[in-house]
Design a protein around this ligand. Structure first.
Ligand code: PLP
Length: 406
């Protein structure tokens, strides 16, 4: 284990509450450090009031906390201005905003193609399918190579063949762990005059993100997967594009003027933040960014050590298949199956040994059906609070599962 993280579990109160817990489901949601939990408490005990509304001091303090956090998040991902940061509920909402408010600006009925990839989470499939019903565009899917990487030749061929208006692609697969070459995709997209949206749900908090350098147009992520609280997410987009888009939801706070028949929208980012926002969540997300800022340079090395140890040991389990690219092309997310055993049965027996993994299709049903060719897999995912000892426990747990189930 990287020395830097020897005592890091102490930062996460959940491990004091459940000392035996082996948490291998960060891909679903990350555990929270005390500074994030404290930030929620601090917001509600020291500055709870509605933001952007009151003229009184308490509301001003709440607004300042909320807006300061927007600046911290902007800095954390390399945004040019805090105006480019829209606070949403999660990645899903962020992608839906782009689908509903941007896509109709670039696709007219019966014209154009949206490209997604074969490794997308449902959150980056269904919003486009919903819009397809309305706009009747062509939805195409980029293939994967046999090594579970994005097939760049297929991407180029599709860019040449179709009138592609938007590529909507995950930065890191939540099933395979594959890191997609987003910068390369963005430069190809530029040549073909199309926009790029990135689903960064599994990337932010694991690898350094600099949206200004990636060359993409939209970047979306969830606070809860990067140690922030539940219910707060981010849509980053270039200012120019946000200005062009119509509001997503209508209501309080997203307007400049209202009459009985019409309204004029507020400036960005508020145009996209209708209603009372999750100000406490946004405040705590800022704290998560500050916590991550300090350790981000060491996370990669730590995850690499754990991944290596996992791969060296996992095949002690007979008839086990891991689905994913070589270790240098991925982060610590591993989906696997064991011949003739059901993923849910394995997960149930692991849970009896205090080992939390995910079993199912992981919201990537087409990937499981068409490429993995199994309805479900077991997924173990790693983060800074995992240790080599956790892997030993997982292997032992799996050995026990095989003994019971076979
Ligand atoms: C790659 C990816 N995209 C999108 C999502 C959706 O995230 P949320 O449920 O926070 O909106 C997830 C969640 O697991 C994910 O892994």
């Amino acid at each position: 284990m990287t020395d830097k993280f020897k005592n890091i579990k102490k930062d996460f109160p959940i491990f004091a509450r459940y000392p035996k817990l082996v948490y291998l489901d960060t891909t679903a949601t990350a555990q929270k450090p005390k500074c994030v939990i404290d930030a929620l408490d601090e917001f509600y005990t020291t500055c709870n009031a509605n933001v952007h509304r009151g003229i009184y001091k308490l509301s001003e303090i709440a607004t300042e906390a909320y807006e300061k956090s927007r600046k911290v998040v902007a800095g954390f991902i390399g945004a040019k201005s805090k105006k480019e940061i829209i606070f949403t509920r999660n990645t899903t909402e962020s992608i839906n905003i782009v689908a509903r408010s941007f896509l109709p600006k670039i696709i007219r009925s019966n014209q154009g193609t949206v490209l997604i990839s074969s490794m997308e989470h449902h959150s980056n499939i269904i919003p486009w399918q919903i819009m397809k019903k309305q706009l009747n565009f062509n939805l195409q899917v980029i293939k994967l190579t046999p090594e579970y990487e994005l097939d760049m030749d297929d991407l180029e061929a599709k860019l040449k063949k179709y009138n592609v208006k938007l590529i909507a692609i995950t930065h890191i697969s939540n099933v395979l762990g594959t890191i997609n070459p987003v910068e390369k995709i963005a430069s190809l997209a530029k040549k073909h005059n199309c926009y790029v949206l990135v689903d960064g749900a599994q990337a932010v908090g694991h690898i350094k993100i600099d949206v200004s350098k990636l060359g993409v147009d939209f970047y979306t992520f969830s606070g809860h997967k990067m140690m922030g609280p539940l219910g707060i997410g981010v849509l980053w987009a270039k200012e120019k594009l946000l200005e062009k888009m119509d509001p997503f939801l209508g209501g309080g706070e997203m307007i400049n003027t209202v009459s009985w028949q019409s309204f004029t929208p507020a400036d960005i980012p508020y145009k996209f933040e209708a209603g009372t926002p999750n100000a406490a969540g946004a405040y705590a997300l800022g704290k998560a960014c500050q916590y991550l800022e300090k350790i981000l340079p060491y996370i990669k090395e730590h995850e690499e050590n754990i991944m290596k140890y996992f791969i060296e040991n996992i095949f002690k389990i007979k008839d086990l298949t891991v689905y994913g690219p070589p270790l240098n092309k991925k982060i610590g997310i591993f989906s696997f199956s064991i011949d003739n055993l059901h993923a849910h049965d394995i997960s149930y027996i692991l849970d009896e040994q205090n080992i939390a993994v995910r079993a199912g299709h992981h919201c990537a049903m087409p990937l499981h059906k068409k490429i993995i060719k199994k309805p479900s897999t077991v997924r173990a995912s790693f983060y800074i609070y995992n240790t080599l000892e956790d892997i030993d426990k997982l292997i032992k747990g799996l050995q026990k599962a095989v003994k019971i189930l076979k």
